[in-house]
Write a protein that binds this ligand. Sequence first.
Ligand SMILES: *Cc1c(COP(=O)(O)O)cnc(C)c1O
Length: 396
Amino acid sequence: MKNNIINQAEKVIATTYKRVPLVIKKGRGCTLWDSDGQAYTDFVAGIAVCNLGHACPEVASALASQADVLFHVSNLYYTIPQVELASWLVGHSFADRVFFCNSGAEANEAAIKLARKYFHDQDNHDRYKIITMKQSFHGRTFATLSATGQQKIREGFDPILNGFDLVPFNDIEVLKRQISDITCAVMLEPVQGEGGVVCSDPGYLAAVRQLCDEAGALLIFDEVQTGIGRTGKLFAYEHFNVEPDIMTLAKALGNGLPIGAMLAREEIASAFQPGAHASTFGGTPVICAAALEVLNLMEREGIVEHCQKTGDYFKDSLLALKDRHRVIEDVRGIGLMLGMKLNINGAPIVEECMNKGFLINCIQENILRFIPPLIITKEEIDALVSCLDEIFINHV
Ligand SMILES: *Cc1c(COP(=O)(O)O)cnc(C)c1O
């Protein structure tokens, strides 16, 4: 059965992903089961998506109730779940308005368009350049891959879109030299995800905010991965006491259902007038009802606080491992967005973990990434950490 599925997949699915040879059939909480009935504790969570765990019953029921009433009508009309979801986000963030779409790339695409439109409307046509960071990741559409600071993401798609300049992340001096009166916006992830789980240095975001203010440029935070509790705050910017002008969300907002959002302050958001931007499925009631339940449930159950506590515990456990094993070069991250840099290739470690019943992920060849559902327990963390300990003992 498993081999049939995999063989068929290799024939009919586009070859954009290198897949682990597992057919996942079922999930519940932090556990996944494959087609052989083998259980795995999931430290990937669909890449920081299923924050409330798999097949979350409350979200499933919100989805089912709304599906029984109305799936979709188009943004030609008002719908209640969309208004409620936008109100929740506005009530819990710096922002005044929300544009809904279906993915992280689309949210960033909207942010880039809005920033350009904002200055265009002021007849400031020269101010179109967007400064982004080396090692950043913003998505796979043309605008977002052009914004992305990783050559491997752009490879083969030249010429990329005009108007993006890269600077090194956490280097305020280079940014100071680069930013000017043709800078439309600075766009960055408060904690880089795909680039290697790299936190912004203390004071860096505040300094970027100040440079943007002085230059008259907008500040865009891509919180597609860091948002919705992942770092131990609802939004990562809260750690740094720095508010952006525009923020993008996606991944965990629907706990696995496709939804993206772009949030902005009123003055900027109003550059999008009817006709300027749109999305057929954006903010469709069936997904918004589920996303609203995601956010309400997180609040009811204190998930963000739990993430902060278990994240600290997890990081301490990984740091203790680092003291024991020389293959570990660095342990970093915040909340339940943690990375472990090895001085060996990470792929065999990922495979050994899988064979022992744990799913983890490796980025940039040698950085193990731990982004479990935020409901992960200390016991589940302990089990993974002793599994890693055992694996590393055999690697000296
Ligand atoms: C995943 C991710 C994206 C892209 O999101 P998609 O939903 O895959 O388009 C953009 N930015 C960041 C920071 C991400 O982690």
